[in-house]
Design a protein around this ligand. Sequence first.
Ligand SMILES: Cc1cc2nc3c(=O)[nH]c(=O)nc-3n(C[C@H](O)[C@H](O)[C@H](O)COP(=O)(O)OP(=O)(O)OC[C@H]3O[C@@H](n4cnc5c(N)ncnc54)[C@H](O)[C@@H]3O)c2cc1C
Length: 474
Amino acid sequence: MVVGDVTTGTELLIIGAGPGGYVAAIRAGQLGIDTTLVEKDAYGGTCLNHGCIPSKALISATDVAHDAREAEAMGIHADPAVDLAGMVDWKDEVVDQLTGGVEQLCKANDVNLVEGRAEFADENTVRVAHSGDGQGSESIEFEHAIVATGSRPVEVPNFEFDGEHVISSRDALALDSVPDSLVVVGAGYIGMELATVFAKLGTDVTVVEMLDDILPPYEDDVSKVVRDRAEDLGIDFFFGEAASDWEESGDGITVRTENEDGDVSEFGAEKVLVAVGRAPVTDTLNLDAVGLETDEDGFLATDDRARTDVESIFAVGDVAGEPMLAHKGMKEGEVAAEIVADEPSALDYQSVPAAVFTDPEIGTVGMTEEEAEEAGFSPVVGKFPMASSGRALTLGDTDGFTRVVADDDAGFILGAQVVAPEASELVAEFGLAIEMGATLEDVAATIHTHPTLGETVMEAVENAQGKAIHTLNR
Ligand SMILES: Cc1cc2nc3c(=O)[nH]c(=O)nc-3n(C[C@H](O)[C@H](O)[C@H](O)COP(=O)(O)OP(=O)(O)OC[C@H]3O[C@@H](n4cnc5c(N)ncnc54)[C@H](O)[C@@H]3O)c2cc1C
């Protein structure tokens, strides 16, 4: 049957079922709003299908093998064999469980699910082209819409993704055999996480980066811990090198890069992974039909209620700008749904945490010392090295530190930088502290379980107060 020219209506229409869109849909459903969620590909979006979850699944799996190999000091002698196809199957099961859960939660909250690609037809209508032969299209009229179409990987000129020689992060997460050698273009968080996975799987990894260090947004002492560990894993770094082109050579490829003096270098590999950033998907929505414009990078501007310049249309997640992180999109989705339901709600970005799942992990939230100074605070800093943590020693994982930045006058916690095992979890305590307006005193007075990595939070805070017990004070 061809489904064409059917027009249905909905109070809230959401385009895209990634973390921004599906969270908005579930929240809207909870609030009793008649909600329709359109997805062209798979529930859960990039995050569940090709991003956060599959990458973290593979990181955990490779860590099991790597840690076992490295555990001789603990008296363990093991040489696990890795079957990448089996590992990818397990990762796919994790993904299926979560995407199935999203679909069920949407249905349980009375969200109407529509499969297909949506674009705006006019201010109150989207046209949805259904996937599959003969499925036609339908029009859906809406009172409010939320754009949650996410982002796609940026291509580098001369490096169009072909899934074979030139791969994206999505391809890298679905390989069925371990490449002997890999050039990674870009040392941002996606490039570094995947470089670490493949190095641990035995791939000969070379990272080429245009800038002069890995992980540009992070302070030098934070990225240094990760760079040193990556070098120990055998990853080679070439900084100040821009990927210029590549060609097939023998049974692999040669990647050429150029530095700012025009000197050309060549790197042989089986594949090249291009991970130079992501761009918002706003160019396929026919935004002209609703009178919306994007900025020059393709992002939609929003206010603190996730509203775009058109009052009935909201934007959440990667399309609404940096940081392009799943949890930022989820919060925006919740707020947008609450505003549609006339609930009092607003976005507060003062403590959006960020995590990089390298070895060791990085977790940051709030301000660095420099940012605090620029913002007019007199910051005081406290730091606790992992090498002094009993728990880190029992884990055999002592690189890195926990650092807190606070206001010297009032003691309010302003930010934290953690580079450590489980840094992605540790940073949550600082996020809560910032959100609550907690002071150094509040955290120092909180009894922390022993022996845990969480104690490093308390020790860093006490160090800022000049009264840390297990490290020398500043
Ligand atoms: C390898 C990798 C690792 C990552 N790791 C992390 C991490 O550890 N932590 C973290 O916070 N973030 C991580 N991210 C980023 C995270 O995935 C994104 O920030 C997040 O997915 C954005 O959510 P979203 O809802 O805005 O968009 P998306 O998740 O991209 O979802 C958008 C959805 O919209 C659909 N869509 C697009 N256009 C249309 C249309 N016209 N009609 C219908 N449907 C449409 C798409 O098919 C997609 O399903 C990672 C990303 C990658 C690539």
